[in-house]
Design a protein around this ligand. Structure first.
Ligand code: URA
Length: 266
C-alpha cells in the first residue's frame, strides 16, 4: 500500500479555494478611488503592466488591501501621485480659511506653496487655531468633508466662567440642541478647570463655539489638535509640512471605513 495521501477530488479543491477567496478590494477600485481616473482607465493601467503590488506586476482582478499592500503606478506609490499634494498646516489666529478675503486679511493659501493651487478641507474660524489639511485632491477632500464619513476632530477649548460642571460635560456628551438641530454626542473631558478637550465628527459652522456657548462657557481660545489620524504637536503656528505616505494612507482608510465612496460591487 502506498503512503502517499491521494489528491482530493477536483470539486473539493475548488470548494476549498472558494472558502479562501482573497480578501480586499479590487485593484482597479482602489486606484480609481485614489484619483487615478475612471475604473476603465485604471483597468487599462493594470492591463498595460504599469501597476505593481508589493513589487509584483499586478494582473486585472487582483484584490488588495489598500493600507497594507504597497501599490505603485509607474514606480510611484499611489499615495504620492506627483500632481497631488497634501499639506498639514497649523493655522494661526487671524488667518482666514478662504482663498481670497474680502477684507484683505491674510489667508491660509498664502501660507503654503502657491503652485499647485490647493484648497482647505473644511474650514476653521478666523479666530480658531490648529490643524488644517490643504490639498488639490478634490476626491479625498470631498470624502473627508462628508459627514457620513465621520472623521473625528479633536479640539482644545479654553472657556470662560470657570470650571465646567459635570452636568455641562454631560450635555456635551449627550448632544446639544442648537438652532440647526441636535449635535451628535461629543467626547468631552476637562483636563483642567476651564479647559475642555472635545472630539466631534460633524463639521457645522462654529460648532464648538456654539456648543460651549449653550452650556454657558463661551470659548476664549480654540485649537484643533487632530483630524482623524493626523496630529502634530511640533508644527509651529503658520508652519506646514507634507503628509507622509503613511498619513495619506491612514486618512484614506479613515474615510473609507464609513462609506466607501465608490461602487462596492466592482
Ligand atoms: N468649531 C468652531 O466653533 N470653530 C472652528 O473653527 C471649528 C470648530
Amino acid at each position: 500500500m502506498s503512503d502517499e495521501t491521494p489528491e482530493p477530488p477536483l470539486w473539493e479543491q475548488l470548494a476549498d479555494k472558494s472558502a479562501n477567496l482573497p480578501q480586499g478590494d479590487r485593484l482597479q477600485k482602489v486606484l480609481a478611488a485614489t484619483g487615478w481616473g475612471s475604473r476603465r482607465v485604471c483597468e487599462d493601467l493594470i492591463a498595460e503592466g504599469r501597476v505593481t503590488v508589493n513589487g509584483d506586476v499586478a494582473i486585472l482582478g487582483r484584490r488588495v488591501n489598500a493600507i497594507e499592500d504597497h501599490i505603485e503606478v509607474d514606480g510611484a506609490p499611489i499615495g504620492v501621485r506627483p500632481d497631488l499634494v497634501y499639506y498639514l498646516l497649523n493655522k494661526p489666529v487671524g488667518v482666514v480659511t478662504t482663498s481670497k478675503d474680502t477684507h484683505a486679511r491674510p489667508t491660509v493659501v498664502e501660507l503654503v506653496p502657491r503652485e499647485p493651487r490647493v484648497f482647505s478641507v473644511g474650514r476653521l474660524d478666523v479666530q480658531t487655531e490648529g490643524l488644517l489639511l490643504m490639498t488639490n485632491d478634490g476626491d479625498l477632500a470631498n470624502r473627508i468633508a462628508h459627514p457620513s464619513h465621520g472623521v473625528e476632530k479633536d479640539y482644545l477649548a479654553e472657556v470662560g466662567n470657570g470650571r465646567v460642571s459635570p452636568g455641562g460635560l454631560r450635555r456635551l456628551r449627550e448632544g446639544i440642541e442648537l438652532e440647526d438641530g441636535l449635535t451628535a454626542p461629543a467626547k468631552a473631558s476637562q483636563p483642567e478647570p476651564g479647559l475642555l478637550r472635545l472630539t466631534i465628527h460633524e463639521g457645522r459652522n462654529r460648532q464648538v463655539r456654539r456648543m460651549c456657548d449653550a452650556i454657558g462657557h463661551p470659548v476664549r481660545r480654540l485649537v484643533r489638535t487632530r483630524i482623524g489620524p493626523l496630529s502634530d504637536r511640533s508644527l509651529a503656528p503658520g508652519a506646514w509640512r507634507e503628509l507622509t505616505t503613511a498619513e495619506w494612507k491612514a486618512i484614506t482608510e479613515a474615510v473609507a471605513q464609513g462609506d466607501l465612496g465608490y461602487d462596492p460591487e466592482l
